[in-house]
Design a protein around this ligand. Structure first.
Ligand code: SF4
Ligand code: SF4
Length: 180
């Protein structure tokens, strides 16, 4: 078989310049055929859903928006070691470390914490490598099941700590559930 005749899709057709018959030139048969295809699809199972009113069930391993975790006492776990940023293949994570000051022990678990922690959601490919690289159980994607919201400005996709850090109430609720 020559390379010219190979069709990967199986839909390859030779273009013909033959003159159309009278019926073909009316296009009636072609229009009726097209309408029949449309009508047939009215009775087949729909593959689309009415998002956002309807939502598909997410896989148990779905990787949603990142969350920077707090421990049972509500302190941020992240120690700004930078391993997640190094592991990130999309270079989506940036951070600035700071030293914990006396009296801030209730806010940060480690002596060093991320003063600034940002993820560029336009760069992120949700691979989960940041979660795997973290030695402090501080960053999660698989538990959140939250989709990154759409936005019209690029800067709205730079998520800072205000959007990433686990809400305090959630951390305290989790610790209560563990005790009971
Ligand atoms: S999920 Fe992957 S791409 Fe996104 S921030 Fe983490 S390591 Fe980078
Ligand atoms: S999230 Fe984890 S890996 Fe990333 S800087 Fe914080 S402690 Fe280090």
């Amino acid at each position: 078989m020559s390379l010219d005749t190979i069709s990967l899709s199986g839909k390859k057709m030779e273009v013909s310049n033959k003159k159309m018959s009278f019926w073909e030139s009316l296009y009636l048969v072609a229009i009726v055929k097209g309408l029949l295809i449309t009508i047939r699809h009215l009775f087949t199972r729909k593959v689309t859903i009415k998002y956002p009113e309807q939502r598909r069930e997410l896989s148990p391993v779905y990787r949603g928006q990142h969350m920077l975790k707090r421990d049972d006492q509500g302190r941020e776990n992240c120690t700004a070691c930078g391993l997640c940023a190094v592991a990130c293949p999309a270079e989506a994570i940036t951070m600035k470390a700071a030293e914990r000051k006396p009296g801030e022990e209730h806010l940060y678990r480690e002596e060093k914490y991320a003063e600034i922690y940002e993820i560029n959601m336009l760069r992120c490919i949700f691979c989960g490598l940041c979660e795997e690289a973290c030695p402090k159980d501080a960053i999660y994607l698989t538990e959140t099941k939250v989709m990154v919201a759409s936005a019209s400005k690029r800067e709205d996709f730079i998520y800072g700590k205000d959007k990433l850090v686990m809400p305090l109430e959630m951390a305290l609720r989790n610790s209560k559930n563990k005790v009971s």
